[in-house]
Design a protein around this ligand. Structure first.
Ligand code: PHE
Length: 342
């Protein structure tokens, strides 16, 4: 069955690249979601990603009680594509045209491979876009807010596992020092967390050193002896095999679509590992963008709203206990309640 309200696939007339806009749901309000500009083996793989990522955006808005729906745009570049500035502009213009064609039922934001500067280019051709740079009236980079929200989720989980002692001295493994990952690493280091980090880009070892984090390989971090593992890179990390190798007590991170398959949430549960759905732990960015740009919150009020992720995670864990289900099922349940009520 097709869950999505609408899916547009268009070969960008300027770039020649496939632009895929998946509109999952507008039940709670017009949809929002990032523009992912990334490499895929083929455009169908980009479509699969867009379908899953947009559905997760619906859940992200529903659990955080923001009246928005879920959508996502994927530009599926063939492996090895390099975009010079002119071609990049062509791509963004192609994206803007597709967005504009559905007349405000979806608004874009940054995601893997795009930035506030890219949102400014999209803004030249359609008003339906979040996170243009602050000096151009937008809310700018969403990644520090996403990182802050993940920190709030980590506080809730560490309370659940270790009581009121706080984050200091806990050992955490962070996968991915990208936009969100680096911000999060700095926040955690400031809390006194003992950090081990990895990234597919070995040049990031310098960042790790600067932060005072230990470095390990992307394979090794999975079985690292840490309290909490934090996925902050691309999706699909949590496979059956990976879950078998984990030694942590919880997996909590901002990367979208962490589960390789839905059943992996059950395996984590059976192993007694607490997994917080990514759409909750990674909601800080959209919370900040939507509350400041649409509801005109001050930055302090937006920050306070991002911090409520701690309460949302606590409620989620309680719901899971009450219903005797996994946190993944509890998250779906909380989201569905909101959507049904609308
Ligand atoms: N990449 C963001 C996410 O997955 C998308 C986004 C950010 C959308 C900010 C709108 C505003 O949540």
């Amino acid at each position: 069955m097709l869950d999505h309200e609408q899916v547009l696939i268009r070969r960008g007339p300027r770039s020649g690249l496939p632009v895929i806009l998946a509109l999952h749901s507008t039940a709670l309000g017009p949809a929002a979601g990032g523009v992912r500009l990334w490499h895929y083996p083929g455009w169908r793989d980009g479509l699969t990603d867009a379908l899953r990522l947009s559905a997760a955006m619906t859940l992200k808005f529903a659990v955080t009680d923001l009246a928005r729906g879920g959508g996502k745009t994927v530009v599926a570049m063939p492996q090895g594509t390099r975009l010079d500035p002119a071609r990049r502009r062509d791509v963004l213009r192609d994206v803007a045209e597709v967005i504009d064609s559905i007349g405000g039922r979806y608004a874009a934001g940054p995601d893997v491979g795009t930035s506030p500067a890219d949102m400014a280019v999209i803004r030249e051709f359609t008003p339906h876009v979040f996170c243009t740079p602050e000096d151009q009236g937008g809310s700018g980079d969403s990644s520090p807010h996403t990182a802050r929200g993940t920190l709030a989720a980590l506080r809730a989980v560490s309370r659940r596992l270790y009581g009121e002692a706080g984050l200091k001295g806990l050992r955490m493994g962070l996968i991915g020092l990208g936009h969100v990952g680096e911000h999060l690493a700095r926040l955690l280091a400031a809390e006194g967390v003992e950090l081990t980090v990895t990234d597919i880009d070995a040049a990031r070892t310098r960042t790790a050193e600067e932060i005072g984090a230990a470095w390990t390989g992307p394979e090794e971090i999975i079985s690292a002896d840490v309290d909490i593992l934090i996925p902050a890179a691309l999706g699909g990390v949590l496979t059956t095999r990976v879950v078998r190798d984990l030694r942590c007590r919880a997996v909590v991170g901002p990367a979208n679509n962490q589960l390789h398959a839905a059943e992996v949430a059950d395996l984590l549960y059976q192993r007694g590992i607490v997994w917080i759905p990514d759409y909750v732990a990674g909601a800080g960015g959209v919370i900040n963008a939507v509350t400041t740009e649409l509801h005109h919150f001050t930055s302090d009020d937006a920050r306070a709203r991002v911090d409520t992720i701690e309460d949302i995670v606590t409620e989620l864990l309680r719901t899971a206990d009450d219903l005797g289900v996994t946190p993944a099922q509890a998250g779906h349940e909380m989201a569905q309640r909101r959507i049904r009520a609308a």
